[in-house]
Design a protein around this ligand. Structure first.
Ligand SMILES: CC(=O)SCCNC(=O)CCNC(=O)[C@H](O)C(C)(C)COP(=O)(O)OP(=O)(O)OC[C@H]1O[C@@H](n2cnc3c(N)ncnc32)[C@H](O)[C@@H]1OP(=O)(O)O
Ligand SMILES: O=C([O-])CC(=O)C(=O)O
Length: 379
């Protein structure tokens, strides 16, 4: 990992902001020593086991789990906001089917934001309402894009389904087995929030200029797309396809490491002894692989993890189990990171609201490393 560099007369530089504490947050706590993740004080594993994604969204936004009445009110608004506005739908359909689904989502967030009835209102109440509407509409964007790439017609939203069920309904035109719905919902809960990761920090930087919530989320989508961050879940599946079968995992890994390739789905900036969320997602993946009869994928997963642990001592992050989980659910590989967006939009918007409530412009310094002052030559 890159560390601090300084000399007697030059200031310390924290390349990649490694180890820098940039601000406080009350939204989540990542503790690499105890390998734990708390959302507003609650262990994420316990939330995944006992709370719906809708309840977790409420918790992250408001600080407490909802009462029955609060959940009913949020649910009613979310379900009433699932359909795409024509302008957003048209924008998605105008894009080439060859463009990356993250580009589609980024564009859709921007168009949806410009079309939001409270676009110019930055009061806390309006920001909360905008966050809820954006979260509600994202499944329709992601599903429409996957379906159009497969030449399939759009599916009409239903208001009798949970967020997770509705997402799967919109994508596949049916609500799958409860094992699939459960695994999908667990992934949404686990992906929802993770303190000052690169995309959340991007959202906070944008929010800190007093820019609006949709601008912050649009930027965050761009940051999440990269393979070192959210794009890794997609890259994990490409790795599995490249390796093929479990018996090839060790040889493949040795060759990849010899070429100094980064192995996607492994390693983490904060967790150095394993990602707190992996055991929970791995348990859901195991159920899914059993349910779908994909023992081959289970063996490949275990073989690559064992080889990576043995060769480098680097452990999987959350993108490692979600990649194959989304694959067996039926999502196409480029859709994986947009699924992450639909979950993380909750965390991003909670951070935008927290940033606005306690704002300070985020503007670090740089150490100049260019030429000394010089004269412009005659021209
Ligand atoms: C939900 C998420 O966003 S989780 C992150 C998803 N990203 C990935 O899975 C991409 C693969 N992983 C990585 O690239 C890295 O582990 C990161 C970017 C996530 C974190 O990296 P950093 O904290 O910056 O650590 P850094 O990249 O400096 O790694 C430290 C050492 O471990 C090695 N290393 C870390 N991760 C990996 C990996 N996945 N494959 C191979 N080597 C790795 C580095 O090459 C480096 O070795 P060196 O000291 O010999 O140069
Ligand atoms: O925290 C990070 O750097 C990346 C990560 O795991 C996440 O955003 O979920």
């Amino acid at each position: 990992m890159t560390g601090t560099t300084s000399t007697a007369d030059a200031p310390a530089i924290r390349k990649g902001l490694v180890g820098v504490i940039a601000d406080e947050t009350a939204i989540s706590k990542v503790n690499p020593d105890t390998n734990s993740l708390l959302y507003r004080g609650y262990p994420v594993q316990d939330l995944a086991a006992h709370a719906s994604f809708e309840e977790v969204a409420y918790l992250l936004w408001h600080g407490e789990l909802p009462t029955t009445a609060q959940l009913a009110e949020q649910t009613a608004t979310e379900r009433a906001s699932r359909a795409l506005a024509p302008v957003v739908r048209d924008a998605v359909l105008a894009l080439p089917t060859t463009c990356h689904p993250m580009d589609v989502v980024r564009t859709a967030v921007s168009v949806h934001g410009a079309n939001d009835p409270q676009a110019e209102d930055s009061s806390p109440e309006a920001e909360q309402a905008k966050a809820l509407r954006l979260w509600a509409v994202l499944p329709a964007v992601v599903a429409l894009d996957q379906r159009r790439r497969h030449g399939l017609p759009e599916v009409e939203p239903r208001d009798d389904l949970s967020y997770a069920e509705s997402f799967l309904w919109l994508t596949f035109g049916e609500v799958p087995d409860p094992v699939v719905v459960r695994a999908f919902e667990v992934s949404m809960v686990l992906y929802a929030e993770h303190s000052f990761n690169a995309s959340t920090f991007t959202a906070r930087v944008i929010a800190s200029t007093l820019s609006d919530l949709h601008s912050a989320v649009t930027g965050a989508v761009g940051a999440l797309k990269g393979a070192l961050h959210g794009g890794a879940n997609e890259a994990v599946m490409a790795t599995f396809e490249e390796i093929g079968t479990a018996d090839r995992a060790e040889t493949w890994l040795d060759e990849a490491l010899a070429e100094r390739r980064k192995i996607m789905g492994f390693g983490h900036r904060v967790y150095k002894h394993g990602d707190s969320r992996v055991p929970t997602m791995k348990a859901s993946l195991d159920e899914l692989l059993e349910h779908t009869g994909r023992q081959d994928l289970a063996e490949l997963y275990d073989a690559l993890e064992a080889a990576m642990t043995e060769r480098k001592g680097i452990l999987p992050n959350l993108d490692y189990p979600t990649g194959p989980a989304y694959h067996v659910m039926g999502f196409d590989t480029p859709t994986f990171t947009p699924l992450f967006v639909a979950a993380r939009v909750v965390g991003w918007t909670a951070h935008v609201m927290e940033q606005h409530a306690h704002n300070a412009l985020i503007r670090p310094l740089s150490a100049y490393a260019g030429p000394d002052q010089r004269e412009v030559p005659e021209r």
